[in-house]
Design a protein around this ligand. Structure first.
Ligand code: ADE
Ligand code: ZN
Length: 338
């Protein structure tokens, strides 16, 4: 029997598609594309998935991503994620991708988008999964590179092939204010705005993402708890936070899941969602993250359903789709009580 947390319908709002690259696929694509990777074997790569901080993870993540070259590679990557997450209750996904990690190697940005979008379209047909793509800028690259990347997708943004922009990679040393003009342009193109903030950086990264970048959601945001004034603002404005429990443990933001601040964030009245971030690196997909939260904190099925309801509320899905998903979650709760 599958676990109840795999059956609970949910949206995923913080998922890097490059972070779903499983070691077996790294080697399969390396062979298909004739590319050398700096790992000896699947087991060697797996043995390197112990991290001390965000940077130690990013080094392996970018080293593995070099195997992605062709449209079919991006399709296969996203199709594998969508099939797996479908089996864990995924109904809607707003998928991050890092185009600069690929264009820097000579891959055309349209190749990346075409492959990912084709997989999303097929998952809509096959599984009824809805969603879209969020283009993330690598914050440790020059702002000019982010601008050029955004301009390269301007027509596709207007066509709806991309629904938003985000900001990721190394946080400390790269404050959100650097990207104020890039985000202003993204808004002009009709794109939603989110950013990683408060993962390793302090509360000022969250404040800057809200004030300078006008972000609608904050990715991670766990270090907001260091500032009572910011917590009060996040509560009052009901700013969604895309929390990634297994990620934060694996990147040593906390020592153990029991110490994760998620319960305190809920008690403070924050709009918390549960997400997987980079599931092939952090030991679990979306349903596994829900499961870890329930197992660790002893949350009831109703409390877990409330987290799934938050994921729907915080999503950029149209109102009619949100209503459908809320009904599905309510039906799941009713089925559990029966
Ligand atoms: N890129 C992929 N995962 C990330 C994370 N958790 N933080 C920053 N950049 C990332
Ligand atoms: Zn992330």
């Amino acid at each position: 029997m599958t676990h109840a947390m795999y059956e609970l319908p949910k949206a995923e709002l913080h998922l890097h598609i490059e972070g779903t690259l499983e070691p077996e696929m790294v080697f399969a694509l390396a062979e298909r594309n004739g590319i050398e990777v700096p790992f000896e074997s699947v087991d060697d790569l797996r043995s390197r998935l112990e991290f001390t901080d965000l940077q130690s993870f990013l080094d392996v993540y970018f080293a593995s991503s070099v195997v992605l070259r062709e449209e079919q590679d991006f399709y296969d990557l996203a199709a594998a994620y969508l099939a797996k997450a479908h089996g864990q209750g995924l109904r809607h996904v707003e998928m991050f991708f890092d185009p600069q990690a690929h264009t820097a190697r000579g891959v055309a940005i349209d190749t990346v988008i075409d492959g990912l979008k084709r997989a999303l379209d097929d998952a809509a047909t096959e599984f009824g999964i809805t969603g879209g793509l969020i283009l993330c800028f690598l914050r440790d690259l020059p702002v000019e590179s982010a601008f050029a990347t955004l301009e390269a997708v301007a027509s596709r943004a207007l066509a709806g092939d991309i629904i938003g922009v985000g900001l990721d990679s190394t946080e400390v040393g790269y404050p959100p204010e650097l990207f104020e003009q890039v985000y202003a342009r993204a808004r002009d193109l009709g794109l939603h705005c989110v950013a990683h903030a408060g993962e390793e950086g302090g509360p000022e990264f969250v404040e800057g993402s809200l004030d300078a970048l006008k972000c609608e959601r904050i990715d991670h945001g766990i270090r907001s708890l260091q500032s009572p004034a910011l917590v009060e603002r996040l509560r009052r404005e009901q700013v969604p936070l895309t929390v990634c429990p297994l990620s934060t443990v694996r990147l040593r933001g906390v020592d153990t899941m029991a110490e994760h601040p998620l319960p305190r964030m809920l008690e403070a009245g924050l709009l918390v969602t549960v997400n997987s971030d980079d599931p092939s690196y952090f030991g679990g997909y979306i349903g596994d993250n829900y499961r870890a939260v329930q197992d660790t904190f002893g949350f009831s099925d109703e409390a877990m359903a409330a987290l799934a309801m938050n994921s729907v509320q915080a999503s950029f899905a149209p109102a009619a789709r949100k209503a459908e998903l809320r009904t599905q979650i309510a039906e799941w709760v009713a089925g559990r009580a029966a």
